[in-house]
Design a protein around this ligand. Structure first.
Ligand SMILES: Cc1cc2nc3c(=O)[nH]c(=O)nc-3n(C[C@H](O)[C@H](O)[C@H](O)COP(=O)(O)O)c2cc1C
Length: 411
C-alpha cells in the first residue's frame, strides 16, 4: 500500500532563513547585479536590495523589486516618517550576509572611513554579519592608492573583497576593475553563509554525484544522456551550505565550487571515484545519470565512416554504483528517473536497492528533471513520501538535504 504523503519539510518555504542584503551602488556593472539578485532567488536565498541614490540613476527600484520579489530599500523612503532609518537597521539585523555589488570607489571610501551619510553606509556600520564586496570601476580608479588602501582596510576588517577581472571596461578602456561575474559573487555569498554558522551537517562527509556519464565508443565518440548536472550541483551546494565536507563527483564542469570536485567521464570512472570517496563518508547522494549499459569494447582510434555501411554496438550492463556502495554507516540516497508517473516503480527500486531515501521524478513531465532548470520530485523514505511540486532545483535540493539531516539525526 502506498505510504501517505506527509507535509514537505523544504517545500518552497524558507526553512532556515537565508537573508542577504544586496547593497547596489551607482556603477555601470549594475546590470550584473540584477542577474545576481535573480540567481539568489533561484537558489533559495531571500535577498533584500538596498540602492544608493546614484544606483537609481542607472536602474529603477522597480526592476530590483521585481527580480528580488520584495520591497527595495532606498534613501528616499528611509527618510519618510513611517519606518525611517531604524526600520532599515532592523533589516540589517535580520540578514546574515551583506554583499555590496557593484561597490563603487565612492562607497568603498565611505565604508573604509566609517561614514554613514546614506542608507547603505549606515547599514554597513550597523551590520554584524559577513560582508562580501565586489568592486567595479575604471582601471585607474581601481588602481589608485586611495582605492587600494580602502580595499585593504575593508579586507583587514574581515570583508571578503573579491578580485576584479581584467579586460574591456564599459568606459571604453582596458584594464583591471571589472566586477566579478554574478556566479563568482554567488559562490562568495554561499561561502559567507557557510562561515557564518556551523551548519547542521558540520563534521559529516557527503559525496554527491552529478551529470550524465559518457561511455566511450572510440577515441572521439561516446554514448551519453541529457543530464545537465544541475541537480547534483544544487545538492552539493546545499550540503556545503549546511556545513558538510562535500565531494562532488561529476561529469560536467558547472563552474567554481567552494568544495572539492572529482571529474569523471564513464560509469566505470564514476564507480571507482565513488568507491574511493565513500570509504570515509557518511552520506552518498547519487544524482548522476549513470549509463546502465556501456560498449563492451572500445575501439582504439576513430571508427572511419568509409569503412562500414552499418555499425553495430554491443552494450553490456554497467555496475549499479548505489547497490555496490552499500555498507553499514553510509546513508545512501538514490534517484529514480521514470518515464511517466511511475511512483510504483520508484518504490520497487527503493526496496530493491535498500537505500535510505529515493528521489523520484517523472522524465516525461514537461519543463522539469533531466536537462531542465526545475524539477518536481517525490522523496520516498521510511516515514512516508514528501512531494515537492515544480520548483527550482535549489529548493528541491533543500528538501532532500532536510530529509538527509532528519535521517542522520534518527540513526
Ligand atoms: C555613466 C557613469 C558610470 C559610472 N560608473 C562607475 C563605476 O563603474 N564605478 C565607480 O566607482 N563609479 C562610477 N561612476 C561614478 C559614481 O556613480 C559616483 O561616484 C557616485 O557618486 C557613486 O555613488 P554611490 O557610491 O553612492 O553609488 C559612474 C558615473 C557615471 C555617470
Amino acid at each position: 500500500m502506498a505510504a501517505e504523503p506527509r507535509p514537505a519539510a523544504g517545500d518552497g518555504t524558507v526553512q532556515t532563513e537565508r537573508s542577504v542584503l544586496v547593497g547596489v551602488c551607482g556603477g555601470i556593472a549594475i546590470y550584473k547585479s540584477v542577474e545576481l539578485v535573480r540567481s539568489l532567488v533561484t537558489e533559495g536565498f531571500t535577498p533584500t536590495v538596498l540602492l544608493t541614490e546614484a544606483a537609481e540613476r542607472f536602474v529603477t527600484p522597480l526592476t530590483f523589486a521585481a527580480v528580488s520579489k520584495s520591497a527595495v530599500l532606498q534613501d528616499e523612503t528611509a527618510w519618510q516618517a513611517s519606518g525611517g532609518w531604524f526600520q532599515h537597521i532592523e533589516a540589517a539585523r535580520g540578514a546574515q550576509v551583506l554583499c555590496v555589488a557593484p561597490a563603487t570607489a565612492n562607497t568603498l571610501a565611505k565604508m573604509a572611513a566609517g561614514m554613514a551619510d546614506n542608507l547603505l553606509t549606515a547599514v554597513y556600520l550597523a551590520f554584524r554579519g559577513r560582508v562580501v564586496i565586489a568592486p567595479s570601476m575604471n582601471w585607474a580608479m581601481y588602481e589608485h592608492p586611495a582605492t587600494q588602501d580602502n580595499l585593504r582596510r575593508l579586507a583587514e576588517r574581515g570583508a571578503d573583497v573579491l578580485d576584479t577581472g581584467s579586460g574591456d571596461l564599459a568606459c571604453g578602456e582596458e584594464g583591471s576593475g571589472r566586477m566579478a561575474d554574478p556566479q563568482t559573487i554567488l559562490s562568495a555569498i554561499r561561502r559567507a553563509f557557510n562561515q557564518s554558522a556551523a551548519g547542521p551537517l558540520t563534521g559529516r562527509k557527503v559525496i554527491v554525484t552529478a551529470g550524465g556519464t559518457r561511455e566511450p565508443v572510440d577515441a572521439v565518440r561516446y554514448v551519453g544522456n541529457r543530464s545537465s548536472g544541475r541537480m547534483g550541483r544544487a545538492l552539493a551546494d546545499e550540503a556545503h551550505l549546511r556545513g558538510a565536507d562535500v565531494v562532488l563527483v561529476t561529469t560536467v564542469d558547472r563552474g567554481e565550487t567552494a568544495y572539492r570536485t572529482v571529474s569523471v567521464e564513464s560509469a566505470a570512472d564514476m564507480a571507482a571515484a565513488v568507491h574511493a570517496e565513500t570509504a570515509t563518508a557518511d552520506v552518498l547522494v547519487m544524482a548522476a545519470a549513470v549509463a546502465d549499459f556501456t560498449p563492451g569494447t572500445r575501439v582504439e582510434g576513430k571508427i572511419e565512416r568509409g569503412e562500414t555501411e552499418t555499425l553495430g554496438l554491443q552494450l553490456v550492463r554497467t555496475q549499479d554504483i548505489l547497490l555496490a556502495s552499500a555498507r553499514p554507516g553510509l546513508l545512501r540516497v538514490g534517484f529514480a528517473a521514470e518515464a511517466g508517473p511511475r511512483l510504483d516503480r520508484a518504490r520497487a527500486k527503493y526496496e530493491q536497492k535498500g537505500v535510505d531515501l529515493l528521489v523520484f521524478n517523472d522524465i516525461l513531465a514537461s519543463g522539469v528533471g533531466i536537462g531542465s532548470l526545475e524539477n518536481e520530485i517525490t522523496i520516498i523514505s521510511p516515514e512516508g513520501d514528501v512531494h515537492i511540486p515544480r520548483t527550482s532545483k535549489a529548493v528541491c535540493a533543500r528538501a532532500v538535504m532536510t530529509e538527509v539531516e532528519r535521517m542522520l539525526a534518527s540513526h
